[in-house]
Design a protein around this ligand. Structure first.
Ligand code: F6P
Length: 341
């Protein structure tokens, strides 16, 4: 079914009918897990749309708001003072009703009722699946990759990744202080249910002795033995970064303590990584992506995901984007191991 919706372009349809080709009303929503920088993207969508003479609407709580009609008109002042704030002023949610065909039809009907012709969806893969379903029903949808995990295959970068890694890095630095004072092993679990990108980068930035991610098999005995060798050569404390997808951080700490005799503590950083003021990189990327998304809608183009590729903004068909697989940088992982003395 999706093959027919490769790239929806209503401009041509309108021209054929002799109607004005301009998209007049668009909406924006944030969906799935929040990510620092989402507000900057919302701001860019709103301000770009207004600058092009469009009306722009905010949808609260993702697809839930589309179903319940929790939709309000935004103006340039609605997005004042938000570029530096984490979270999302539009709130976010995961919506099970939207996974049904009835739910998608209901949302489509709501958009039609309000005259909304284009929708910008800021979120992750799950949110893009919803956008693809809505596109298949004739709605112009553009996805913007927003998730701290950087696990969207079509893009080199997702909004929130940089802030989350910097937050994790600062927290691990603090743990390292206490780990050093107590000659301990500090096992730190960072977010990333489906991918170890946060873990590997945070591990490198914090000089971790070991990085454990779901993509690279690990051997607890080998890690413990290497720790003992390093201890024999004078190393006094150890930081082990574990990706959330691996789990068992508490058990890993216990196992390491048991095998090495070195006191170990586990810390799960959790949702604190999703909050906080976005970094410069997240604000800038989010702003560029928000602007680009509206430019696509302006041309009557839908069913696309905005992506950063080799430092250039590009866009992909949503289904093609969802079918892509993002490689894990195993070389980076191995490099980190090589220099972790
Ligand atoms: O947004 C991505 C993410 O933070 C994952 O890293 C994590 O596994 C998940 O969301 C947590 O989701 P929730 O907020 O529903 O607990």
């Amino acid at each position: 079914m999706y093959k027919v919706v490769k790239c929806i372009c209503i401009k041509n349809l309108r021209e054929a009918k002799g109607e004005s080709e301009m998209i007049k009303k668009i909406a924006v929503l944030t969906s799935g897990g929040d990510a620092p920088g989402m507000n900057a993207a919302v701001r860019a969508v709103v301000r770009t749309a207004i600058s092009k003479g469009m009306e722009v609407y905010g949808v609260r709580r993702g697809y839930v708001g589309l179903l319940t009609g929790d939709i309000f008109q935004m103006d340039e002042r609605s997005v004042t003072d938000i570029i530096h704030r984490g979270g999302t002023i539009l709130y976010t949610a995961r919506c099970s009703e939207f996974r049904t065909d009835e739910g998608v039809s209901k949302a489509r009907a709501k958009c039609e009722e309000l005259g909304i012709e284009g929708l910008v969806v800021i979120g992750g893969d799950g949110s893009f699946r919803g956008a693809a379903d809505l596109s298949a029903k004739g709605m112009l949808c553009i996805g913007i990759p927003g998730t701290i995990d950087n696990d969207i295959a079509c893009t080199d970068y997702t909004i929130g990744f940089d802030t989350a890694m910097n937050t994790a890095m600062e927290l691990v630095d603090k743990l390292r202080d206490t780990s050093q004072s107590h000659d301990r092993i500090s096992v730190v679990e960072v977010m990333g249910r489906g991918a170890g990108h946060i873990a590997v980068n945070t591990g490198i930035a914090c000089g971790a002795t070991d990085i454990i991610t779901q993509e690279v098999p690990y051997d607890i005995n080998a890690i413990a033995n290497t720790m003992l060798e390093k201890k024999a050569k004078g190393k006094e404390n150890f930081v082990v970064i574990v990706a959330e997808g691996v789990g068992h951080s508490v058990e890993i700490a216990k196992e390491l303590e048991l095998r090495t005799g070195i006191e170990a503590r586990a810390t799960i950083l959790g949702h604190v990584q999703r909050g906080g003021n976005p970094t410069l990189r997240d604000r800038v990327e989010a702003t560029k992506m928000g602007n680009y998304a509206v430019e696509l809608l302006e041309q009557g183009i839908g069913n696309r995901v905005v992506a950063l590729k080799d430092n250039q903004l590009v866009d992909y068909d949503i289904q093609d984007a969802l079918a892509m697989k993002k490689p894990y940088d195993e070389k980076l992982h191995r490099m980190a191991e090589t220099i972790a003395f």
